[in-house]
Design a protein around this ligand. Structure first.
Ligand code: NI
Length: 135
């Protein structure tokens, strides 16, 4: 029997959606206010889903304290209160859309979590807009 456990976290960050291959008019037309030059912020809410077998010794899939520490180190520490475009290596050349942020987070977490677990990432950019990765 596989069981999924979840851990939520939050970080605040600024970003700007911009494709340097396009001219300014095209960027404005495609990205609208998200392309405004001086950035804007979001209160991102992250949900990490871990699926695996329950360890008969602990009764846990994974100690959520360990998952919290991994999320803190891989996501909160480097991204919280940052300008994603300017302050992070990951988004220097990658448009920081919710889709791309979730993908980066997925890969950062995946490399810290044993392969016997499935990892899912859901990232809320606003209460109504969110993306999900399940592999
Ligand atoms: Ni935005």
């Amino acid at each position: 029997m596989k069981v999924s456990v979840f851990r939520k976290a939050q970080f605040n960050a600024a970003h700007r959606l911009h494709n340097p291959k396009w001219d300014d008019e095209t960027n404005r037309r495609i990205f609208g206010k998200c392309n405004l030059p001086n950035y804007h912020g979001h209160n991102y809410v992250l949900e990490v889903k871990l699926t695996g077998n329950v360890d008969p010794e602990t009764g846990y899939v994974m100690d959520l304290g360990i998952l919290k520490k991994i999320i803190d180190e891989e996501v909160i520490e480097p991204f919280d209160h940052r300008n994603l475009n300017e302050d992070t290596a990951e988004f220097r050349d990658l448009n920081p859309s919710a889709e791309n942020i979730a993908t980066v987070i997925y890969h950062k977490l995946r490399k810290r979590i044993a392969h016997e677990f499935e990892v899912g990432v859901r990232l809320f950019e606003t209460e109504r807009n969110f993306v999900e990765i399940n592999i």
